[in-house]
Design a protein around this ligand. Structure first.
Ligand SMILES: [Zn+2]
Length: 390
């Protein structure tokens, strides 16, 4: 691993990236500082240029390089020049998490760890378990005591050490960090620096796939805030590498049923407060107190972004409309379409703009959402088939 720095954008402190440092002493998250490397002139966004790792430190399952697809129906409906879907369900474990997991595994290997871990019940648990298996590292996955079998089994299949833990979730999270340090387990939880650094590749690919023309808006479903921070950092790195000529604006998309960042943004606050009684079908982004929330607020304001919420029925409608265009995303990953619609209605996004929606994960990750749709099919006998198909 090359020499690199982790920087706190909030207080300015720097840390050596060749140490297991996961958060600034001030309490805010850390960002990998791109050192300006080589290759910019060749219009390349290879990981060798933007990450401090040696090629042998990476373990890849083929993450990234996901499709970016223009959807004319959405552009026409919204009066926009182009609406594109970045389909992250095409990743190895069907969500964007694989990008951050791959970067964290490279970091863990570079630092000599043999065990990795995470606290999660959803996309991240499956991702860390899969990469642990691929890297030949033991993966310790901690999940909440009330997690049901339907969610345990798709993680267990990768063969991790899977522990279902009774007790308060916030305490479990803190315990994981304490025990990780004590027992030498690299916990790649929500917004650790290299998970965020991995998310930068979403920005790199969007730029590349658009011929290095930056969209006006990038719409990101936001939970902990790490993915949005990573995408912002990625566009910053592209700009400082001279590969692009401007920054896009960012729409932080949340479900109204759990929208602590939207609440603080609307109130003009600099710090988020815990969201009371969160509940939403967009389960994957139901985080009542996002650890990167303060940082996201600052970045949104810096680049003229906005934070908006979507109602439950708007999310279900967006999921249906995405599917009717061929994209089956989990409810959380359909929140961007719902929020972009609201942003157009409120006049926050100008007519004729271009927008990219980040579809973070597959609809098959949350089949409970089928109940929200009145899905129909017909039964018939073989001899009636010709008549029914006519
Ligand atoms: Zn700091």
């Amino acid at each position: 691993m090359r020499n690199a720095l982790l920087r706190c954008k909030s207080c300015g402190a720097n840390y050596d990236a060749r140490t297991p440092t996961f958060r600034c002493e001030c309490g805010e998250p850390l960002d990998l500082v791109w050192d300006g490397g080589e290759g910019a002139a060749e219009k390349r966004t290879d990981r060798a240029i933007f990450f401090p790792f040696e090629e042998g430190e990476w373990v890849s399952l083929g993450e990234g390089n996901t499709p970016l697809v223009s959807v004319k129906d959405f552009a026409d409906e919204l009066g926009l020049a182009d609406v594109q879907v970045k389909n992250e369900s095409a990743n190895p474990t069907w969500s964007f998490k694989d990008r951050g997991t791959a970067a964290c595994v490279a970091h863990a290997r570079a630092l000599g760890f043999s065990r990795i871990g995470t606290v999660s019940t959803g996309n991240m648990a499956a991702s860390v378990a899969a990469y642990g298996a691929a890297a030949g590292m033991e993966a310790v996955i901690l999940v909440k005591g009330d997690t049901d079998e339907e969610k345990m089994a798709p993680v267990a299949i990768y063969g991790p050490t899977l522990l279902r833990v009774e007790g308060a979730y916030d305490k479990l999270y803190k315990e994981s960090i304490r025990l990780g340090a004590e027992l030498g387990i690299y916990f790649m939880n929500s917004d650790v620096p290299f998970r965020v650094a991995g998310s930068r590749t979403i920005a790199f690919e969007i730029a590349e796939q658009r011929g290095f023309s930056v969209p006006d808006w990038v719409v990101v479903p936001t939970s902990a805030g790490g993915n949005l921070r990573g995408i912002i950092n990625g566009f910053e790195d592209l700009l400082s590498a001279g590969l692009t000529d401007r920054m896009p604006r960012f729409l932080c998309a949340q479900a109204q049923g759990c929208s602590p960042i939207v609440a603080a943004f609307d109130a003009g606050e600099e710090r988020i407060k815990p969201f009371e009684s969160p509940h939403t079908i967009a389960h994957a982004i139901e985080n009542p107190f996002p650890p990167s929330g303060n940082r996201v607020l600052a970045e949104l304001r810096r680049y003229g972004g906005v934070a908006l919420g979507a109602k439950e029925k708007e999310i279900v409608k967006a999921q249906k409309h995405m599917a009717r265009q061929g994209f089956f995303g989990q409810p959380a990953s359909c929140v961007p379409l719902a929020c972009l619609r609201n942003a157009r209605e409120e006049g926050l996004v100008a007519e004729g703009s271009t927008a990219v929606l980040i579809m973070t994960g597959s609809g098959l990750k949350y089949t409970a959402a089928f109940q929200a749709h009145k899905l129909k099919w017909k039964d018939c006998k073989l001899k009636e088939l010709a008549e029914k198909m006519r």
